[in-house]
Design a protein around this ligand. Structure first.
Ligand SMILES: Nc1ncnc2c1ncn2[C@@H]1O[C@H](COP(=O)(O)OP(=O)(O)OP(=O)(O)O)[C@@H](O)[C@H]1O
Ligand SMILES: [Mg+2]
Length: 358
């Protein structure tokens, strides 16, 4: 069975910018876990963003090299931007420990972190995250909403928020607020003109910062809107904080696809409880005659949820007003809290809250 030393030995053969990556202290975490008869290696590499070398090339070289170590069945590489001396002075900064990965942050004020995830993009994660946060808040809970989509942050627009968070004298950021919901987004911090390739290495440090350097105060549920799939943002979140559970959003067409199963697998393997599946754009309700058209047939997602062994939390129609309102920064759960769509989100929020307290 491969050890951390075997991995480091292999990594010593990789040269970046003139020296091998181990002696440059770029490898800040190596962990090994059992997976399907082999070992899965998760590595965290710290990159100096001032060195404009080929980062994507480095990432694939690391993956190939570690994959070639005998007994390794899968490799995940998380790139993180090198943090300057300024950031290292924080006493709560996670330190490598035991398994070679940083400790999770201890966040006593945040009771439950709930990740909203999906296999594919564009299925309505952000819409769901925003409306669920609003529905939970209307129950009287203290709610935070964190947009962890570094490639396409949409929570600021959907919540009708813009501007920069207030930074206090201790250099901590204060979330923006709407209807009592505390909101932080990578969109408030990352320059959207920054080339996407440079955002990748920032993911891990930005996610850590979103917890360590943000004054969330007391929060019952922190809803985290993730990018689609199983990338760095998901792994970073799972490794940085204790996630109470994940909610999967799917449309009827994609629920049976491999992407959904892969995303579920990632949460299972990292011991994040699966709180349930939400089917979005499930059916079409005619705004005039209210007739319901099951465009993709009915019951597919529910049956698939059963097959996958996760609870089915509910379904939302394909409804133009959901789109126009959320794209215009006026989510229905806040603007029409007694309407039928808000009631559907409320029912899902109730199930979710019970699942968190089960
Ligand atoms: N139930 C719905 N009915 C109609 N339109 C919807 C519904 N849910 C989401 N939309 C619209 O579909 C588009 C994609 O939704 P959203 O941005 O929430 O998806 P996402 O999964 O977060 O996407 P990404 O993967 O890009 O982050 C948006 O324009 C949104 O307003
Ligand atoms: Mg989104």
């Amino acid at each position: 069975m491969p050890t951390q030393e075997d991995i480091l030995k292999a990594l010593r053969t990789i040269d970046w910018d003139g020296r091998d990556i181990v002696s440059q202290e770029m490898v800040v975490g190596v962990s090994l876990s059992e997976e399907g008869g082999g070992q899965r290696a998760t590595l965290i590499l710290e990159i100096d963003p001032d060195k404009k070398a080929d980062i994507e090339g480095l990432k694939s070289r690391v993956e190939k090299t570690v994959q070639a170590v005998e007994g390794i069945s899968a490799v995940a590489v998380i790139l993180t931007a090198h943090q300057g001396p300024h950031e290292h002075k924080h006493a709560s900064a996670p330190k490598a420990h035991g398994n070679g990965l940083p400790n999770k942050l201890d966040l006593p004020n945040i009771k439950n972190i709930v990740a909203v995830a999906s296999g594919k993009g564009g299925v309505g994660k952000s819409t769901t995250a925003v409306n669920l946060a609003a529905a939970l808040s209307r129950k009287g809970l203290k709610v935070g909403l964190l947009d962890a989509d570094i490639y396409g942050p949409s929570v600021p627009r959907m919540m009708g928020l813009s501007g920069e968070p207030y930074v206090d004298e201790n250099e901590k950021m204060h979330p923006l607020e709407r209807d009592g919901i505390k909101v932080m987004s990578i969109g408030f911090l990352v320059d959207e003109t920054e080339p996407v390739i440079w955002r990748g290495p920032l993911v891990h440090s930005v996610i850590t910062q979103m917890f360590r350097d943000v004054v969330w105060g007391d929060v019952d549920v922190l809803v985290v809107d993730l990018p689609p799939g199983t990338g760095d943002a998901q792994l970073s979140l799972i490794q940085t904080v204790s996630v109470a559970g994940a909610v999967m959003v799917s449309t009827p067409q994609d629920v049976a696809l491999l992407d959904v199963r892969k995303a579920l697998e990632m949460f299972r393997k990292t011991n994040v409880p699966l709180l349930g599946l939400i089917e979005n754009m499930s059916y079409f309700e005619c705004p005039h005659c209210k007739q319901r058209t099951e465009i993709f047939g009915h019951g597919g997602a529910k049956a698939e949820a059963e097959r996958l062994g996760i609870p089915f939390l509910g379904e939302l129609p394909l409804d133009t007003t959901i789109r126009t309102t959320s794209d215009a920064g006026a989510p229905l759960t806040l603007t029409e809290p007694e309407g039928s769509v808000a009631m559907q989100y409320k029912a899902i929020a109730d199930c979710l809250w019970s699942a968190l307290n089960a």
